[in-house]
Design a protein around this ligand. Structure first.
Ligand SMILES: NC(=O)c1ccc[n+]([C@@H]2O[C@H](COP(=O)([O-])OP(=O)(O)OC[C@H]3O[C@@H](n4cnc5c(N)ncnc54)[C@H](O)[C@@H]3O)[C@@H](O)[C@H]2O)c1
Length: 324
């Protein structure tokens, strides 16, 4: 398998690389990342790769892993990189809902315009599958549980950008017979997430830095937290499926409130002698959904995938990584 990962040095991408290098079926991995949110420090030390500081210096290489510092907005590069590739895993994005509201043009340029380069280049170069990292943000304020058959009504530019590419995945499949996969991830947490502003990452960083854990609202808000190892396994499984258009929710199917999350973190940090963790409750954030989780029976049945990492184990692993 020859795999191209866009945004491959980010949180999910670097975990995916660490996962894929262990697979004998994977002959070649090419990563393109513009280093806007990440850099080479997101890689396991034992990974050997050839690094290209710009797209200009990139040529055919015999190395198993190539890492190119470049932007997905470069159409010619998209064509060059997808040549001879079996699978494209498209992760590069501006992934903040808040940022997309502050800078909608930026979210559009990265999440729609540049993403289009890679779906169109995948069509031209006849890649076997284009896998797109989507999100439940395509649903907006709809009452959970989320599942594949709900109507999509985004309420942020981020959600709209994801919906836009979901529809390109659908039409490219219908019209051009490009195999496409849309995976809607729930709240992902785990190693290599230091740059993320998601709650698990924020809470762990605050606890380690002796700062208060700030909860917006009364702490009863629920989310479906999934460990990044489970996400990587789902991506790998879905690449190999036969069905030409796949849409799956990748989540645990379990709801966890912020209060329970913090209480679990408090217990786990006791091991590291962190006893006096202060928790502050502030005003609810406008637009925050009260409950959020997904039904995962479709991916479980069709891809024979199941989330395996419990929240306890996943948090324990993540804390260890942050402390190291
Ligand atoms: N983390 C989550 O909880 C979550 C949930 C749902 C969906 N997703 C989606 O999964 C994907 C990966 O998310 P993540 O958490 O790893 O995000 P991330 O920000 O850690 O990773 C994105 C990577 O893309 C790179 N990048 C951004 N713009 C680029 C561009 N124009 N050209 C090249 N590289 C670029 C960044 O440098 C970064 O390394 C995103 O598409 C995101 O929307 C993530």
């Amino acid at each position: 398998m020859k795999i191209l990962i866009t945004g491959g040095l980010g949180f999910i991408g670097s975990n995916l690389l660490n996962n894929l290098v262990k697979k004998k079926t994977v002959q070649k991995i090419i990563i393109i990342d513009n280093f806007s949110k990440s850099d080479l420090s997101n890689l396991n030390k034992d990974i050997k790769f050839k690094y290209y500081a710009s797209s200009k210096s990139y040529g055919q290489s015999r190395s198993r892993i190539d890492i190119i510092r470049a932007d997905t907005n470069d159409w010619k590069l998209a064509i060059k990189l997808t040549k001879g590739i079996d699978y494209v895993v498209h992760l590069a994005a501006e992934s903040g809902v808040d940022i997309s509201i502050k800078k909608p043009q930026e979210a559009f340029d990265i999440n729609v315009k540049s993403t289009f380069n890679y779906i169109e280049a995948s069509r031209i170069n006849k890649v076997k599958r284009f896998l797109f990292a989507s999100s439940c943000a395509v649903f907006g304020d709809i009452k959970p549980p989320h599942h594949e058959n709900l109507p999509r009504k985004p309420i942020s530019p981020y959600g709209s950008s994801k919906l836009s590419i979901e529809t390109f995945c659908e039409t490219y499949n219908n019209v051009f017979k490009l195999n496409t996969t849309i995976l809607r991830f729930s709240n992902v947490y785990g190693n290599f997430s230091k740059h993320k502003e998601s709650v698990v990452s924020k809470f762990i960083k605050n606890i380690i830095n002796n700062k208060s854990v700030v909860i917006n609202g009364d702490g009863k808000i629920t989310r479906d937290y999934i460990h990044v190892d489970d996400i990587c396994n789902a991506i790998y499984k879905c690449l190999k499926l036969k069905k030409s258009l796949q849409v799956y929710h990748v989540a645990t199917g379990k709801e966890t409130s912020l209060n329970v999350l913090v209480s679990d973190l408090k217990k786990l940090f006791l091991k590291y002698n962190k006893k006096d963790i202060s928790i502050k409750y502030t005003k609810e954030r406008v637009g925050d959904m009260k409950k959020n989780y997904s039904i995962v029976s479709k991916i479980e049945k069709e891809a024979n995938w199941k989330s395996k990492v419990s929240l306890q184990k996943g948090l324990e692993k993540t804390i260890k990584w942050y402390l190291n």
